[in-house]
Design a protein around this ligand. Structure first.
Ligand SMILES: Cc1cc2nc3c(=O)[nH]c(=O)nc-3n(C[C@H](O)[C@H](O)[C@H](O)COP(=O)(O)OP(=O)(O)OC[C@H]3O[C@@H](n4cnc5c(N)ncnc54)[C@H](O)[C@@H]3O)c2cc1C
Ligand SMILES: *[C@@H]1O[C@H](CO)[C@@H](O)[C@H](O)[C@H]1NC(C)=O
Length: 414
């Protein structure tokens, strides 16, 4: 804690945030909220975001689960930021996770009473809506630059950082917060030893166009179904009127990834035919969802993650840039929200930069490591064949013990 006479180490400094995604925006909102009068001359904050403002809220089709358990406190953190109610108001139907059998009958429902003080224990929200609320709550003092990517960064001898921008200009700052996501350009430039690793699972993912009615059980729940033939299907609401589906399978080497909107009609037909083949052991609603697919949303991705690494110096990596995890973790956004909050908290309250960074890493690394470890176990079990049912009972119990979750319908397993 700094007394008024003692200069805070960030007084009068300039902070640049690379990326304007979930972690970056959470950081800026938290910094402003926690600032109080702790720093006499608060640092200036500038964000550089690759996407345009319209892309940021328009193009991002998938949805996220935000959780309120002790381990992934996305809900609690949004509440501390004062924006949880606003988020819930624009969230999707179907707010708890279910593990399904291949006929979409529930094996285990991860339903818990909300933690004290939370209106509900978790939510499913369109990524674009989550981002929209974060952007709306960005403090006016933060300078937001849309459509200007950071191309590279250099650590200077005097401790400052110089960054090169897509528009050709250069900027100098005292602290660089790197929140440019899993493919972080800055990580590749400054921490090239930390690379994304393929974790042996490939996924076809898409969403539907707007539907008159979300098929059951998506009004109530979202979740994954175990085919028992090596395929895992995932279904969820994508926004209030459309749904998300994916089917995944294990493979030794990654296949060619395709982002949404990059395939021609023939390629999309072939991928959808493949998806029908890969989902043939499952019952509804997956077939309806595949048939109602919004063709421009079809994606093929290889699941990758990174071993979370510690920060040093004046360049601080947060979110996916520091600890990318695959969608099978269902937790990267929760981690990024918590990262933003906890980094702001440490920067404002610690006695110096090194202490702030060390305390932040002490919080962020163990929890993101755990989320990644759990995702690896879930992937193995979710795609297994044969005795999977019994294995899942064990895993569900372990996860339940882990998260303090309770089960319904457990008798159906016997
Ligand atoms: C299909 C799918 C489903 C998922 N489901 C869940 C879920 O259910 N629950 C959950 O918690 N998480 C989920 N995740 C993970 C979650 O989306 C990420 O972990 C989270 O978005 C990470 O936040 P971030 O701020 O680190 O990065 P991002 O939110 O990715 O933000 C990075 C930002 O940086 C910008 N950027 C990139 N490069 C540059 C550059 N060079 N210069 C400037 N800006 C740049 C990007 O445009 C982007 O806006 C899912 C992910 C996917 C793909
Ligand atoms: C989905 O489309 C396929 C191919 O056109 C068709 O055979 C099948 O009956 C459809 N299924 C549903 C549930 O609509």
């Amino acid at each position: 804690m700094n007394s008024a006479s003692e200069q805070h180490f960030l007084a009068g400094k300039h902070i640049i945030v690379a990326g304007g995604g979930i972690g970056a925006l959470s950081f800026c909102i938290a910094f402003h909220r926690l600032l109080d009068d702790k720093i006499q001359l608060p640092p200036s904050i500038t964000i550089y975001e690759r996407d345009t403002a319209i892309d940021a809220v328009g193009r991002e089709g998938y949805s996220l689960s935000i959780r309120g358990d002790a381990f992934s406190g996305g809900m609690q953190t949004l509440q501390k930021l004062g924006i949880l109610d606003e988020m819930i108001a624009v969230s999707n139907p179907g707010d708890y996770f279910t593990l399904f059998d291949k006929d979409f009958s529930p094996l285990v429902q991860f339903r818990t009473p909300p933690v004290e003080g939370l209106p509900q224990s978790s939510m499913r929200i369109a990524r674009s809506k989550l981002r929209e609320v974060l952007i709306k709550n960005l403090p006016p003092s933060v300078i937001m630059n849309w459509g200007n990517a950071v191309k590279s960064a250099h650590e200077l001898d005097n401790g400052q950082i110089s960054i090169d921008l897509a528009d050709g200009s250069q900027e100098i700052c005292d602290l660089l917060i790197v929140a440019d996501g899993s493919n972080s350009v800055i990580r590749r430039a400054l921490r090239p030893e930390h690379t994304l690793n393929f974790i042996g699972v490939t996924s076809i993912l898409a969403r539907t166009h707007a539907l008159d009615k979300l098929p059951a059980p998506l009004e109530q729940t979202y979740g994954g179904a175990i085919g028992g033939d090596g395929h895992f299907a995932f279904v969820a609401s994508s926004d209030q009127t459309s749904a998300l589906w994916s089917v995944s399978y294990l493979c030794d080497t990654p296949r060619e990834a395709k982002s949404a909107g990059t395939m021609n009609d023939d390629e999309i037909d072939a991928v959808l035919a493949e998806a029908r083949e890969r989902t043939k052991v499952f019952s509804e609603p997956i077939h309806t969802l595949v048939n109602e697919t919004l063709r421009s949303s079809v994606t093929i991705f290889n699941a990758k993650d990174i071993v979370p690494f510690r920060n040093h110096g004046s360049v601080i990596f947060i979110g996916d840039a520091q600890h990318a995890m695959s969608p099978f973790a269902g937790n990267g956004a929760n981690m990024a929200i918590m990262d933003g909050y906890q980094l702001a908290d440490q920067l404002i309250h610690a006695k110096d930069l090194n202490t702030a960074v060390r305390l932040y890493d002490d919080l962020s690394i163990p929890r993101s490591k755990r989320a990644i470890d759990i995702s690896h176990r879930s992937i193995t079990i979710g795609h297994s064949q044969g005795l999977w049912k019994y294995m899942w009972v064990g895993i569900a119990r372990i996860l339940g013990w882990y998260f303090g979750l309770s089960y319904r319908d457990e008798q159906e397993l016997n």
